[in-house]
Design a protein around this ligand. Structure first.
Ligand code: GBH
Length: 489
């Protein structure tokens, strides 16, 4: 496995960035400390029945208090870059008004700690933890939320803008809009398809306004980006192409087109005309949203297969369950998501590295000038801790399945590069096990295990593999990740 990791590392293009990713609400904990205000995820996870086991991010991985230990882990992993998100309610407890200095101090320490270890800080402004007060005022379906986001971006940019290497405005606005406001599976848990479409627009607007605000105040020379969870959707049967058109519009083109080309796809507006007339889009918004970006972040996990429901068969959802409850796809009522062939991760998502290659190549063909970055890719598996006398601490997690997942997706990245795709890097999701949203702590995505009783970090085999991978490029002479990770007795 060590040799294999080294081989995988040597295949990557010169300067390819290897990193790991997390998000504030999923790892930080310290939910009520240093002036942090409540976010929609505090409210949602605190509402009975919304998350697995009633889990919340109150403590999470306690990353807020274990920053130095986690930074040392990242250094041991040999990360080129670390992708984290900033909790808006730490910076502005009610989403508006003056900055909370103690909140800014935490990210200041994080950024400095990364730079001291030679790791490039990649900061996301919004990874789903909207200040609750802004949701109380209407949330993402309202224009005011996008305007507030620009003020927040300016505050953060002013404080960290001399040191952050890459800024990302939003993480996966698809999830914020459709899971937050249509299916209700994510905070704030609303099930209003028309509001979800208004949220799409105001998230896009926030992206544009946020970039403008950052550019006004940042003194460094960072890359600017957004991260999308673009869907790879394959057609099934005669009606497949039409079903792909509808879902590709709602999932992909409704973000890509305004951000990169300007304006909304006419077919999406037509498909959703029964829900909204899109009058929330004002003159000039298109120009604001279409700000130049230096790189597009792509989060990729699995693929989907669709056709139009024939009205007779039992309609399926993506996960193969019966279609119950509210759909995250406004206006695509006839689309049926078919179960995908395996193998699957613990999320029930199919493993399909070819989908990543396909997606990167498609994006490159559509936007040949736009560099790409895989800002998330990874897998949940039900890992087990076993005794292992050869390891520091006497325990190990043998997650061969995760190693294979990452290896095969990196190989897909290489194939895309061979086809001319300007792919700049890859971030594994995630640095450590964390709060997996509606699934609480039941799903483990980390390359480092978190023991939620003791909050101890135990590097899994995939972490050793990743450390070997990063070293393969810097140190072709040898050297090894064999030496024990930090903080292990
Ligand atoms: C990302 O979301 C998030 O950015 C991150 O915070 C999260 O922890 C991580 O991934 C793992 O979930 O239900 O079959 O239609 C990924 C979100 C992944 C959304 C797959 C929709 C479609 C699968 N998504 N997905 S299906």
């Amino acid at each position: 496995q060590q040799n294999e990791a080294r081989a995988a590392g040597r295949n990557l293009p010169e300067g390819f960035v290897l990193g790991s990713a997390t998000a504030s609400y999923q790892v930080e904990g310290a939910a009520h400390e240093d002036g942090r205000g409540p976010s929609i995820w505090d409210t949602f996870s605190g509402t009975p029945g919304k998350t697995w086991n009633g889990d919340t991010g109150d403590v999470a991985c306690d990353h807020y208090h274990r920053l130095e230990e986690d930074l040392d882990l990242m250094a041991w992993l040999g990360l080129d870059a670390y992708r984290f998100s900033i909790a808006w309610p730490r910076i502005q407890p009610t989403g508006r008004g003056p900055a909370n200095e103690r909140g800014l101090d935490f990210y200041d320490r994080l950024v400095d700690g990364l730079l001291a270890r030679g790791i490039r800080p990649v900061a996301t402004l919004y990874h789903w933890d909207l200040p609750q007060a802004l949701e109380d005022g209407g949330g993402w379906p309202l224009r005011e939320t996008a305007l507030a986001f620009a003020d927040y971006a300016a505050i953060v940019g002013r404080r960290l803008g001399d040191r952050v290497g890459m800024w990302t405005t939003l993480n996966e606005p698809w999830c914020s809009a459709y899971l937050g406001y249509a299916s209700g599976a994510h905070a704030p848990g609303r099930t209003e398809p028309a509001a979800a479409l208004a949220a799409v627009h105001h998230l896009n607007l926030a992206h544009g306004l946020g970039l403008q605000a950052l550019r006004d105040v940042v003194t460094g020379d960072p890359d600017y980006s957004a991260t999308l969870n673009l869907h790879v959707i394959r057609p099934e049967g005669e009606t497949g192409a039409e079903a792909v058109r509808q879902t590709d519009g709602l999932a992909n083109r409704v973000f890509l087109q305004p951000m990169i080309e300007g304006g909304y796809p006419a077919d999406v507006i037509a498909d959703t005309s029964g829900l909204t007339d899109w009058s929330f889009v004002r003159d000039g918004d298109d120009v604001v949203i279409r700000q130049p970006i230096d790189v597009l972040g792509v989060n990729y996990y699995s693929t989907q297969r669709v056709r139009l429901w024939d009205g007779v068969s039992e309609r399926q959802q993506a996960d193969g369950h019966k279609d119950v409850g509210h759909s995250p796809w406004p206006g695509a009522d006839r689309v049926e998501f078919l179960p995908q062939p395996g193998p699957y991760t613990d999320m029930g998502w199919n493993i399909d590295p070819g989908g990543l290659e396909e997606l990167l190549v498609r994006l490159h063909r559509s936007y040949p000038e736009l560099p790409l970055m895989v800002t998330e890719n990874g897998a949940a598996f039900p890992d087990e801790v076993v005794e292992d006398a050869d390891r520091a601490g006497g325990r190990a997690v043998h997650d061969d399945d995760r190693i294979a997942y990452v290896r095969d997706h990196l190989a897909a990245c290489n194939r895309a590069v061979e086809q001319g795709v300007d792919l700049r890097g890859y971030f594994v999701w995630s640095l450590m096990d964390n709060f997996e949203w509606g699934y609480g702590y039941s799903k483990r995505f980390g390359i480092v295990r978190v023991d939620y009783d003791t909050l101890e970090r135990i590097p899994k085999d995939s972490a050793f593999w990743f450390a070997e991978l990063t070293r393969a490029r810097t140190d072709s002479a040898g050297g090894s990740a064999e030496h024990p990770p930090p903080n292990n007795p």
